[in-house]
Write a protein that binds this ligand. Structure first.
Ligand code: ADP
Ligand code: MG
Length: 237
């Protein structure tokens, strides 16, 4: 884009595991300055789509573009160097490293990290007072904040989050929503895969609803979430 922050787009992605089709013709855009959410019941294909965007899975057909660049075949680490960052659904902190060292890893994975990005990320996630503590034994909320700080330490323009509120209490979830909105307001492109529809309603500009590998609805949260809640009720009883 004109300000140097390219838009991430999935074009007609299809992905099959063995004989099982997990994504069918999925098209989605993650614009800068916005929070885009992907919701849907367990098994809908949310994590599979996330992996295709992050570069940890290749779609069978379709393309992923970042601005004018086709990144479909770029591995995850190359996408990181282009300014994309991600967090993991399962926590992926290094238990024996300190909080600051865990965050520093994110600055080292990218070529575009700003000076002092690590102290800034620690401060943004309220981790400065814990910087010298080993990660082992710290609560889930702290470790989730550490992962997000690590992603931000790379000074990304595009941030992909898989279930960022998993394991967080209500206060931590509310703080997360405030932070993610602030990052978007600052011009970042955010994609959030999230089970918590209340968080999505608070957070997202645009929601994509996935079911059985297809996009079945897209639009602002107030338009699409009522339907989604009804659909999830049917699935979960
Ligand atoms: P979600 O994140 O929405 O819960 P996933 O993308 O994890 O959904 O999974 C979509 C579908 O693909 C599910 O039916 C799941 O069982 C299947 N699946 C996911 N990963 C694999 C895999 N590695 N091998 C085979 N099937 C998989
Ligand atoms: Mg998942």
């Amino acid at each position: 884009g004109p300000d140097g922050r390219p838009q991430l787009t999935a074009h007609h992605l299809t992905l099959t595991y063995g004989g099982f089709t997990a994504l069918r013709d999925v098209t989605l855009t993650v614009p800068r300055g916005n929070v885009t959410a992907v919701v849907g019941p367990n098994g809908a294909g949310k994590s599979t789509l996330f992996h295709c965007l992050a570069g940890t899975l290749r779609p069978d057909t379709g393309r992923v573009t970042l601005g004018a660049h086709d990144i479909t075949r770029l591995p995850a680490h190359a996408r990181t160097r282009l300014g994309m960052a991600r967090t993991f659904q399962q926590l992926a902190v290094f238990p024996s490293l300190t909080i600051a060292e865990n965050v520093q890893v994110g600055a080292e994975q990218t070529l575009r990290s700003a000076p002092r990005a690590t102290p800034r990320a620690l401060r943004l996630l309220d981790l400065t007072h814990l910087h010298a503590r080993p990660a082992t034994g710290l609560p889930t909320g702290t470790l989730r904040r550490t992962e997000l700080a690590r992603a931000l330490a790379g000074t990304p323009h595009t941030l992909l989050l898989d279930e960022p509120a998993a394991g967080l209490d209500a206060a931590e979830t509310a703080a997360l929503a405030v932070l993610l909105r602030a990052l978007a307001a600052d011009g970042m492109a955010l994609l959030v895969v999230e089970h918590d529809l209340d968080l999505v309603a608070d957070l997202a500009d645009t929601v994509y609803v996935l079911a059985a590998g297809r996009v079945i609805a897209t639009g602002p949260p107030h338009q699409v979430l009522a339907e989604t809640r009804a659909a999830e009720g049917e699935h979960t009883g």
